[in-house]
Design a protein around this ligand. Structure first.
Ligand SMILES: Nc1ncnc2c1ncn2[C@@H]1O[C@H](COP(=O)(O)OP(=O)(O)O)[C@@H](O)[C@H]1O
Ligand SMILES: [Mg+2]
Length: 247
């Protein structure tokens, strides 16, 4: 079982508000459909979720008491999700969209039994970054964090982060084929202008996955053949995470 995180950077153009990339998502969907792998898809907010979250000062780091903007942000995410599901349907998958919040609130393996049943039935569960409420208030929960939580509760073999770049890049913009802890620590210092911590949060969650036994890959969604290879667990052009040593 594989968790595929479709970054907002690949399903939308983050530079242009409400710009959806139908053809890119369709080709990703076709790659998933043709491998026949059991996949749970998580997508980000891209240029749908982030501009609205930002306007209302909603973020993943600072919870906010007021509910202002919660409805608007979620509305944009459901809009984006409908488009993603349309593209996946056109690609031959049978998406089953769900809000991640109840599952996260429940955490643990028992709560995800219905999700396994969906996979067995041949459906592709699809979820997305969401707005959640806790004692401290409302905050955004990133698709990257949801992916980590799903990997843990489903015992996923692999998580593939699909982005608009070929993998994790070094200072010269070259793809790091095997990311170790040292590379990761350097990246975790990077800041981002979006609502959920950008590449730093992604790498942080990826390291946690790797430490608990999930293989982690980063690949470009503009290269569906490389995604297919990553799904089949053969050599692909992109990044894998070297499992941190436990001693
Ligand atoms: N060292 C790096 N390696 C890869 N991507 C990077 C790096 N530094 C910044 N980025 C940017 O981070 C983006 C991926 O993170 P993020 O914007 O959160 O995307 P997503 O929407 O896919 O979650 C890429 O589109 C890339 O432009
Ligand atoms: Mg992101």
């Amino acid at each position: 079982m594989t968790v595929v995180k479709l970054g907002g950077s690949i399903i939308t153009d983050k530079g242009v508000d409400f710009s959806y990339r139908d053809e890119a998502v369709r080709s990703i969907g076709r790659a998933i459909a043709s491998t026949g792998e059991k996949v749970v898809i998580v997508h980000g907010g891209g240029s749908f979720g982030h501009p609205i979250a930002k306007k209302f000062h909603l973020s993943s780091s600072k919870p906010r008491r007021s509910s202002e903007g919660v409805s608007e942000t979620r509305r944009a995410m459901f809009d984006l999700d409908a488009r993603v599901c349309d593209s996946l349907l056109a690609a031959g998958l049978e998406p089953y969209a769900f809000s991640p919040y109840p599952l996260l609130a429940q955490a643990g393996r028992k709560g995800s039994a219905w999700l396994r049943a969906m996979l067995v039935a041949g459906l592709t569960p699809v979820t997305f970054g969401d707005v959640v409420h806790s004692k401290e208030g409302f905050r955004i929960i990133s698709g990257d964090t949801i992916s980590l939580s799903l990997c843990e509760s489903l015992g996923a073999t692999r998580c593939i982060f699909v982005m608009d770049v070929d993998g994790i890049l070094d200072r010269d913009g070259k793809v790091i084929s095997t990311l170790d802890e040292e590379d990761a620590n350097r990246l975790m210092g990077l800041t981002s202008s979006d609502a959920t911590g950008g590449i730093a949060l992604k790498v942080k969650e990826a390291l946690k996955m790797a430490a608990s036994g999930t293989e982690v890959a980063f690949v470009s969604g503009f290269r569906p053949r490389e995604l297919s290879k990553a799904l089949k667990r053969v050599r692909f052009h992109g990044t894998i995470v070297r499992v941190p040593s436990r001693d």
